[in-house]
Ligand binder design. Structure first.
Ligand code: FAD
Ligand code: NAD
Ligand code: NAD
Length: 520
C-alpha cells in the first residue's frame, strides 16, 4: 500500500546492531561516560572539558545522530523558506543567521576506537547504541549487544519518551502506522513526508508540543491547504500553564494561524475505516483524518534504575538525585530524566532545554570534583507562531493563583523581533548574559506610570475584550512569587530570576511589575 507511511525507526534498528559501530571499535574503559546524546550530555561534556582539558569523554546515544537540540524541531524548521531545511537540518533564523540543530559537526568528534589513544582531551559519540545495564559496583555499563564499558564517572542523561494514549495503544496496526509520537529528527522527517501528502492531520494535546506543532503545521496548511485540527481536554491552549483568560486568548491566536481547535475534548475511540483514521470524541462527534500526532506528555526514561539500584521519584518520575545532582557515588543525572532538589522551590523535574543546559553543566562540573549544589534557576520559552512568544521561570502552573499585568503590544513585541534584536533563537539565558538588561530596566523603571490591565486568575472572564499583547504574570504561593511568565517581553529574565530567588513576601505586585518596564 503506497499510502502507508513508513516512519523511520529512531530507536535501535535490529539489522544494524553490531554493525554500527563495529564491536572492536568500542573502548574497554573510559574515564567519563555520558549516557544519552542529547543537550544535557553535551552540556556536561563542555563543562568537563572546561574543568579538565585532558579528559576523555564518551557520549553514548540511541539515535543515529551526534548531539542536537530539539527546540527547532517544532518551530524554525517548519517556518523555513528553504524546502530542504528539514533534510539538511540547517535553517536561517529570523535575523537571517545560518543555524544547525547540531551542536558540532561530525568531524568535531573522534572515533570511539581512537578515543583512549589520543594524547590530548577528546570526545567520541557511540551512536545507535543503547545502554541496557549499569553496574555501579564494578563501574561498568552493558550495551544492547552485550559489550561492556568501564567508567570512572557516569552521567545518566536519558531524556524521556513521548506518552501514548490507551485507545491508540489498543488500536490496530493501520491506526498505529498513521500515528506519530514526536520527539526526534526521525519523527520530524517522517511527519514532514506525511504532511506533504496528507489532506488532514489531527494533533492531540494542548501542551507545549501540541500547541507549537499546531501553529507550525497550521502555517504550512495556510499554503498547502492541509487541514489541521488540535484536540485537547483543557479549555484553551497551554491550559495547564497559563491562567484561564490568557489560555483562551492564546487559543484565538492559534486559530488565526490556521488551526481548527477543539478544546474540552478527548478521544474516546479510534479506528481505521475507508482509508481514514476515524476519531470518536467524547462529544460523540466523529473526525476523519489522514494522520494523527500524539503530543500528550513525556515519561522520563528510567530503565536503568533497576540494574543501577537507583531511586525513581514515585510522583514526578525521573531518577532522584541530591543537590549536587548525584544519584549515588560516581553516578550523576541531568536534564529531563533528573528529579532534583531545588532549594528555592522544592523537589522538581523539569522538561526544558535551558534546564538540560544548566543541570548538564553542573553535573559535568561535579563529575570533575567540584561538589557544587544546584542554585541557578533555569528558564524556558515557547513560541506560538511568529507573533506570540513567552519566557518563564519557576513554578508556572495554572492551578496556582496568578496576577497578570498587561500593556498593549507593538510590532516590536514579538519573538521574531526578539530574535532579530539578539540574533539568538535558542533563548536560553544564563545569569551572566542577562546582567545588562537587568540594570537597564532598573534605571528606567521610574518612567513607568500606569499599566493597562491588571488581571487576577480568580476574576470572571465574562464579556472581556481585553488584549493581552504583552505583560507579566506572577504565580503565587501565599505572598511569595514562585513563578513568572513574561508574555511577549524578552530579555528581562534576570529580573524574574532575582524575584524567584529572593524568596521574599511581595505586598504590591503592580509595583513589582514596574521592574519589568513593560511599556518599553
Ligand atoms: P534528550 O534531548 O531527550 O536526550 C536524551 C537522549 O538519550 C535521547 O537521544 C535518547 O535516545 C537517549 N537515550 C535514552 N536512553 C538511552 C539509553 N539507555 N542508551 C543510550 N541512549 C539513550 N524546551 C524548551 O525549553 N524550549 C523549547 O522551545 C523546546 N522545544 C522542544 C521541541 C521539541 C520538538 C521537543 C521534543 C522538545 C522541546 N523542548 C524545549 C524540550 C527540550 O528539548 C528537552 O527538555 C531537552 O531535549 C532535554 O534534554 P535531555 O538531554 O535531558 O534529553
Ligand atoms: P506537555 O506536558 O506540555 O502537555 C501534555 C498535554 O497532553 C496536556 O496539556 C494535555 O492537553 C494533553 N493530554 C494529557 N492527557 C490527555 C488525554 N488523555 N487526552 C488528550 N490529551 C491529553 O507535553 P507535550 O506537549 O506532549 O510535550 C512533550 C515534551 O516536549 C515535554 O517534555 C515538553 O516540555 C517538551 N516540549 C517543550 C517545549 C518548550 O519548552 N517550548 C516545546 C515542545 C516540547
Ligand atoms: P560558570 O561560567 O562555570 O557557570 C555559570 C553558569 O553555570 C550559571 O549561570 C549557571 O548557568 C551554571 N551554574 C554554575 N554553577 C551552578 C550551580 N551550582 N547550580 C546550577 N547551575 C550552575 O561559572 P560559575 O563559576 O559556575 O558560576 C558563577 C558564580 O556564581 C560562581 O562563582 C558561583 O559559585 C556563584 N554562585 C552564585 C550563587 C547565586 O545564588 N547567585 C550561588 C552560589 C554560587
Amino acid at each position: 500500500d503506497k499510502e502507508e507511511v513508513d516512519e523511520e525507526e529512531d530507536v535501535i534498528d535490529e539489522e544494524e546492531v553490531g554493525i554500527h559501530p563495529a564491536d572492536e571499535e568500542i573502548p574497554e574503559h573510559v574515564p567519563f561516560v555520558l549516557i544519552g546524546a542529547g543537550t544535557a550530555s553535551f552540556a556536561a561534556y563542555r563543562a568537563i572539558k572546561k574543568e579538565k582539558p585532558d579528559a576523555k569523554v564518551l557520549i553514548i546515544g540511541q539515535e543515529k545522530y551526534t548531539p542536537y537540540m530539539r527546540p527547532p524541531l517544532s518551530k524554525d524548521l517548519w517556518y523555513s523558506d528553504d524546502p530542504e531545511a528539514i533534510k539538511t537540518l540547517r535553517y536561517k533564523n529570523w535575523s537571517g543567521k545560518e543555524r544547525s540543530v547540531f551542536y558540532e559537526n561530525d568531524e568535531y568528534y573522534c572515533k570511539p576506537s581512537e578515543l583512549m589513544s589520543k594524547e590530548e582531551g577528546a570526545v567520541a559519540v557511540l551512536a545507535r547504541t543503547k545502554v541496557v545495564e549499569v553496574n555501579p559496583r564494578s563501574h561498568k555499563i552493558k550495551l544492547h549487544n552485550g559489550k561492556e564499558i568501564g567508567y570512572d564517572k557516569l552521567l545518566l542523561a536519558t531524556g524521556g519518551t513521548p506518552k501514548s494514549l490507551k485507545v491508540f495503544e489498543e488500536a490496530g496496526s493501520d491506526v498505529k502506522k498513521r500515528t506519530t509520537l514526536y520527539r526526534s529528527i526521525a519523527n520530524l522527517q517522517a511527519l514532514d513526508k506525511v504532511t506533504k501528502k496528507a489532506k488532514s492531520v489531527a494533533i492531540i494535546g494542548g501542551g507545549f508540543l501540541g500547541s507549537e506543532l499546531a501553529c507550525a503545521l497550521g502555517h504550512r496548511g495556510l499554503k498547502s491547504g492541509i487541514d489541521i485540527t488540535q484536540i485537547f481536554p483543557e479549555e484553551g491552549n497551554m491550559g495547564r500553564i497559563l491562567p484561564g483568560y490568557l489560555s483562551k486568548w492564546t487559543t484565538e491566536s492559534v486559530a488565526k494561524e490556521g488551526v481548527n481547535i477543539l478544546p474540552g475534548c478527548h478521544v474516546q475511540d479510534v479506528k481505521y475505516k475507508n482509508k481514514k483514521v476515524v476519531l470518536t470524541l467524547n462529544s460523540g462527534k466523529e473526525l476523519e483524518v489522514d494522520h494523527v500526532v500524539l503530543a500528550v506528555g513525556l515519561e522520563a526514561n528510567v530503565e536503568l534504575a533497576k540494574s543501577a539500584r537507583l531511586e525513581v521519584d514515585p510522583e514526578l518520575g525521573g531518577y532522584r538525585v541530591n543537590s549536587e545532582l548525584e544519584a549515588r557515588s560516581d553516578i550523576w543525572v541531568a536534564g529531563d530524566s533528573a528529579c532534583f532538589y531545588d532549594v528555592n522551590l522544592g523537589r522538581r523535574r523539569v522538561e526544558h532545554h535551558d534546564h538540560a543546559v544548566v543541570s548538564g553543566k553542573l553535573a559535568g562540573k561535579n563529575m570533575t570534583g567540584a561538589k557544587q549544589s544546584y542554585w541557578h534557576q533555569s528558564m524556558f520559552w515557547s513560541d506560538l507562531g511568529p507573533k506570540i512568544g513567552y519566557e518563564a521561570i519557576g513554578l508556572v502552573d495554572s492551578s496556582l493563583p496568578t496576577i497578570g499585568v498587561f500593556a498593549k503590544a507593538t510590532s516590536q513585541d514579538t519573538p521574531k523581533a526578539a530574535v532579530e534584536a539578539t540574533g539568538e533563537n535558542i533563548r536560553s539565558t544564563t545569569q551572566e548574559q542577562g546582567e545588562e538588561s537587568t540594570q537597564q530596566a532598573e534605571e528606567t523603571k521610574e518612567i513607568v506610570e500606569t499599566t493597562d490591565i491588571v488581571k487576577s486568575s480568580d476574576e470572571s472572564e465574562e464579556g472581556s475584550n481585553e488584549e493581552f499583547g504583552k505583560g507579566v504574570v506572577f504565580y503565587m504561593k501565599d505572598k511569595r512569587v514562585v513563578g513568572i511568565v513574561l508574555w511577549n517581553i524578552f530579555e528581562r529574565m534576570n529580573i524574574a530570576r532575582k524575584i524567584i530567588m529572593s524568596e521574599e513576601d511581595q505586598e504590591d505586585l503592580n509595583e513589582l511589575a514596574k521592574h519589568f518596564n513593560i511599556h518599553t
